[in-house]
Design a protein around this ligand. Sequence first.
Ligand SMILES: Nc1ncnc2c1ncn2[C@@H]1O[C@H](COP(=O)(O)OP(=O)(O)OP(=O)(O)O)[C@@H](O)[C@H]1O
Ligand SMILES: O=P(O)(O)OC[C@@]1(O)O[C@H](CO)[C@@H](O)[C@@H]1O
Length: 317
Amino acid sequence: MKKRQVTTITPNPAIDKTYWLEGLQPGRQNRVSRVRVDPGGKGLNIARLLKGYDLEVAAIGFFGGIIGRELIHMLRTEGVEITPVFVDGNTRTNTKIMDPTSGEETEINEPGPYVGAGEQKQLLQLLSDYAVQSGYTVFSGSLPQGCPADYYRDLIATAQTFGCKTLLDTSGAALREGIKAAPDLIKPNQQELSELLGREITTPAMAAEAAMELRRAYGIAVVVVSLGALGAVMASEEGTYHAIPPKVKPENTIGAGDSLMAGFIYGMVSDRPLAECLRLGVASGTLAVTDQATSVAKPQFEAVLAMEKRVELKRLD
Ligand SMILES: Nc1ncnc2c1ncn2[C@@H]1O[C@H](COP(=O)(O)OP(=O)(O)OP(=O)(O)O)[C@@H](O)[C@H]1O
Ligand SMILES: O=P(O)(O)OC[C@@]1(O)O[C@H](CO)[C@@H](O)[C@@H]1O
């Protein structure tokens, strides 16, 4: 019996600083009307959400400087078990600008501190310690400077040797290389999928076709493609599905993908059929966009269950 249900791996965590600013003017002085600060980084968002959903979860990643220590403090205050690999330099601050009138969201993400080969090895070792105790390992977000594009491939291969299920949510070269390790699940969004395949994916039907193609080409058991307000499609051995969310008023869609992942993982951990995991994932993602925080400030599973009832599930194959 594994001690922990889920371990999330966040190589490039962040503090998210969100500004509310009407009519951003590049090249001019801009004054914001409101600001909020949240812990950020995809894997840390997933860990906080899963903790809020009452799962046994641990988080590991690279942290540095004052911001890194502040971030660890914020997470521990919420009761998230976190084991850092410390690096020189400062954990990044990612700036998000919300325009309340247009609804436009602008993201300015820093590259993160430099992570050397020794620290990369330390995280690999730490992952072995956690993978042996965990049912699922979740690899999320961009890689910091210094990490090669195939770093996730090595991490995933290591977790697989301990019989862990591996889930990957990243973009660009890290995604292209990471899928070569055949993780159990990937969750690109529409843009990440288009970039990966080198062609524009614009409809749920195209996304479903592309998801099936990726399963076949790389031996990935489950491919979920998130499509913003259109929900998400999934290709799996249990069928191809589209989960469609209800219409909601979006407050902040940043981190919605992490909430989708958290809902989906909750479903997997509780042995639900994959179509139900997708429905829970879309419910959790949709709930997140109604919250002003990047991801969700105070995740509660009862709210996900209420939203789940409003998500329509369609079989596509
Ligand atoms: N405008 C919206 N209305 C309703 N639900 C939404 C909206 N935007 C996102 N969602 C929900 O959140 C899920 C994930 O959204 P999205 O595809 O934007 O993820 P993402 O691009 O990976 O997000 P991020 O990288 O910011 O975490 C969707 O599948 C859907 O359930
Ligand atoms: O730069 P990355 O690692 O791709 O994304 C980082 C990030 O934008 O993702 C999260 C939302 O999903 C935020 O908390 C965080 O700032």
